[in-house]
Write a protein that binds this ligand. Structure first.
Ligand SMILES: Nc1ncnc2c1ncn2[C@@H]1O[C@H](COP(=O)(O)OP(=O)(O)O)[C@@H](O)[C@H]1O
Ligand SMILES: [Mg+2]
Length: 263
């Protein structure tokens, strides 16, 4: 694979909070352009910290990358401000579906376009595009976000990210707290965006079943360390992997060995 095919390269990243708490202890994976990658791991494995490291948001939480490198489009992300990364197309959707509750759905979406410095005509075209992917948001465009459902708020958070015209979208546990049918709906839309527009997607999930159904590849974290990576279709068939690394069933006697383990 040529370097040019890789939109994001995370290489042996270590990260700490308040110079004391080790959160990441060797995280490595790559995302090719146009790929959807699932970052899997149990609660506390380091998924959120990894996404914040990629977006250069750790310093704002008294955290830091203490070793390793993260390159987006070939450039070191630690040299760029989070806002500059967003303008370069690296756009995070943080955990907990942050919306402005007292703004309408449409006003929330528009805030995503303003960050890009878009003109009104461009913003309107982008709104239409978001509504074509999330018809529910068109129906709710004049409703205050605080009065919409959890699923609609998650769609609004994703829609707002789309308004800044991402090339790599980072999503932190979009399934959290949502009913299974809504989760399917959201993942189907993400996959459609990925297929139709070539948008690269990194989705962190504890819900490995749904993430592995839609992702192309997956990388698994355990206690801040990359332990496994492979094609999603391969990992999906391995119940033992889900049990061992994702804490979804009692662990089997031995660690699974067939898939490519990260050194
Ligand atoms: N702001 C923080 N300050 C100190 N420790 C943190 C902070 N955020 C996360 N951690 C710790 O870092 C580790 C990884 O957490 P996190 O990245 O949130 O995992 P995940 O998203 O996979 O649940 C955990 O041990 C967690 O307690
Ligand atoms: Mg998390």
């Amino acid at each position: 694979m040529s370097d040019n095919d890789v939109i994001l390269a995370v290489d042996t990243v270590h990260a700490t909070y308040v110079n004391a708490i080790t959160a990441l202890n060797g995280v490595s994976f790559e995302i090719r352009r146009g790929e959807m990658l699932a970052l899997l791991g149990a609660n506390g494995a380091g998924k959120t910290t990894t996404l914040k490291a990629i977006s250069n948001l750790l310093p704002a939480e008294r955290g830091q990358v203490s070793a390793g490198t993260i390159r987006y489009d070939g450039g070191d992300v630690s040299r760029r401000k989070p806002g500059d990364l967003v303008r370069a197309g690296l756009v995070p959707v943080l955990e907990g579906r942050h919306c402005f509750k007292s703004l309408t759905v449409e006003e929330n979406l528009v805030t995503g376009g303003i960050g890009r410095g878009g003109r009104r005509a461009e913003i309107n075209a982008d709104l239409e595009r978001v509504y074509s992917y999330f018809p529910r948001l068109r129906e709710k465009r004049r409703t205050l976000s605080g009065l919409t459902s959890g699923g609609e708020q998650q769609m609004t958070a994703i829609g707002r990210a789309l308004m800044s015209r991402p090339r790599l979208l980072l999503l932190d546990e979009p399934s959290m707290g949502l009913a299974p049918l809504i989760v399917q709906d959201i993942f189907q839309t993400l996959k459609k965006l990925n297929r139709e527009t070539g948008l690269s997607i990194l989705v962190a999930e504890q819900n490995s079943a749904v993430a592995l159904r839609y992702a192309d590849h997956a990388a698994v974290l355990e206690n801040g360390v990359s332990v496994l990576s492979g094609a999603a279709a391969d990992l999906r068939q391995r119940e033992d992997i889900r049990a061992f690394y994702l804490g979804q069933q009692p662990p089997p006697a031995a660690k699974p060995s067939h898939l490519h383990a990260v050194a």
